[in-house]
Each structure stands twice: as C-alpha cells, then as structure tokens.
Write a protein that binds this ligand. Structure first.
Ligand SMILES: [Zn+2]
Length: 305
C-alpha cells in the first residue's frame, strides 16, 4: 500500500477547514503542494516550525508566517492561493480527478484515475457489454489474446524431451493435441456443439473456424440490438462450456455428450435472457419466439431491434 503513495498523492487533496489536521509541508492543499518538495527540514527548523506543523500554525488571516526569504529563494511559493481558515469546520480529505474535479472517493474512480491506459482494442465490446456473463467474458478474453494453456502451447515448454508431452491429446475427440483453433470449434466434438448452437446465435452460415466466427463477431461487436447481444452471449457461452468440458475430462472420467452441452449452453443463455428487458420491435418479438420466452420481457415501443 505504501508503495502506491507516490501514485495516489496528486489525487488526495485536503479541503481546508480550520487547518488543524492538515500537514503544512506534506499534504496536498494547493496545486504546488507538497511544499516539502522545495523547503528543506533545516529551513523548517530554522524558521521555528516542526516537520509536523499543521496549516493552522503557518498561516494567519490569509498571510503566511514563514520568512520572506523562502519566497525569494523559491518564487513558486508566491503562487500559493491565500488560505482563509474556517474555524467552523474541520479539514477533510477529498479525491480530485485529473481534470481537477472534486468527487466522492470510490474505488472505481480511483482505479480509473491511476490505471495504465491504452487505446481500446477492436474486440473490447465483444467481451464487455452490460448483459455479458463475466466468467464467460473472461474466458473469451483469454481466448482472443491466445492465453489459454492449450496442449500445443504446453508441448512447447517440453525442452527436456519428456515423452509424456507427446502423449497429450484432445480430451474431447482424442485425435490430436488440442489448440485454440481445434477446440473452438474444429474438433469433431466441438463442431457438433457449434452446429447445435450457431443457428440460435444467428450465425447459421458461419463455419466452425474460429477466424470466421471472430470476424463475424467483430462486425457486430458494438451493436446493442437484441439479436447481436444474443449472438455475443451464445458464442461466449459456447467457448466457456467447451473449455470447461475439456478441462473436466482431463481431470475426471465424467463426460457429457455434445447434445447435452448444447442444452447446457442454450439453457444458460435463456436464463440470461430472462433477466433482460427487450425493446419492443418486430425482431425482438421474433427473438422471444425463437427462445420460447414470455412476452413480459418486452418493454416500451421502440423501432430498434
Ligand atoms: Zn478434439
């Protein structure tokens, strides 16, 4: 936590009241603070202050009590806004955003201020959208970035020539080591799963090759119309449950048939759709029929959808 101090210091400000709780040299109560960046401990002691002096001890009626020679030596000090202490209230901590706005502190604001920023990747909205199922999005995030520990990657770690690495084979079809392309969804088992769900995803014409699926998804990733949101949910759920089945078979003898997995995927998506509110349009009515959902999920008229 202490290591974060430098990173956070510029955001944590004191809203000065009576100046009794604010450290004059170390706290951030003005743009040029902390003053300790300029003034040395020796100067502070020579002027009759201490390292723990509070703002109330160094300012009176809007005037600074430190020697004028400080300002001659550090002209920046002249830029300090004069402080009129308000005896009716205490100093309080506040969070200031990079744009200088005082806001109530919460972890989301803080994280947004200090995080490392990059341009948004083109597939961001494919994974993160309001109706997304977080654990499915996380799996997709690993998949899109080729971070899943598939057998083709693990076998590359085999610098020792261990023969066991050569015995690895896909737990779903047993025909070859698995890889991203194989599992999603070229493997004979995965392909049956994909063929079982793709119609419901509005992707009946899309082959089982990940590249075709991904390209299609990129085309609709930013869309928020119901059928495209459902497409994203179905593909993510399919990848998630195929990966789960693959792992389950590696560590136990339990196997589910591809038709069972299709049912698991579709019922998970259906359950998710139950929690959504769909804007009424001819295409959302069609969505409800396709998924056998009650019309109560429709909200006010809207031409979109
Ligand atoms: Zn396979």
């Amino acid at each position: 936590m202490l290591g974060l101090r430098q990173l956070l210091r510029d955001y944590i400000w004191i809203n000065v009241g009576n100046g009794m709780r604010t450290f004059a040299w170390f706290d951030k109560w003005d743009d040029i603070c902390p003053i300790a960046r300029m003034i040395t401990p020796r100067m502070i002691a020579n002027a009759g202050f201490s390292m723990t002096s509070k703002l109330a001890e160094v300012c009176e009626h809007g005037e600074w009590l430190w020697p004028d020679v400080w300002t001659e030596r550090y002209p920046t000090l002249a830029q300090l806004q004069s402080v009129i202490l308000d005896q009716t209230r205490q100093d309080r901590l506040e969070w200031k955003t990079s744009s200088g706005q005082s806001v109530e502190f919460n972890t989301a604001t803080a994280w947004d201020a200090i995080r490392f920023r990059q341009n948004e990747v083109p597939w961001a909205k494919l994974l993160w959208f309001p109706q997304a199922i977080p654990r499915h999005s996380f799996l997709m995030w690993l998949l899109v970035q080729k971070k899943l520990k598939t057998q083709d990657i693990i076998s590359r770690w085999n610098s020792s020539g261990n023969a066991n690495f050569n015995l690895m084979c896909c737990s779903l079809c047993s025909s070859c080591p698995d890889s991203d392309d194989h599992l999603f969804f070229e493997c004979s088992y995965s392909k049956e799963v994909w063929n079982g769900v793709k119609g419901k995803a509005g992707m009946a014409d899309i082959s089982e090759e990940w590249n075709s699926i991904f390209q299609y998804l990129l085309g609709i990733s930013a869309s928020d119309i119901a059928k495209h949101v459902i497409t994203k949910i179905v593909v993510s759920a399919s990848a998630y449950f195929v990966w789960e089945e693959r792992n389950r078979r590696l560590y136990s003898s339990k196997k589910r048939k591809s038709s069972i997995l299709v049912e698991v995927i579709l019922s998970t998506v259906r359950l998710k759709l139950h929690s959504m509110r769909l804007k009424k349009s001819s295409s959302t009515v069609q969505v409800l029929q396709e998924w056998a959902l009650p019309r109560g999920l429709l909200v006010a008229d809207d031409d979109r959808g």
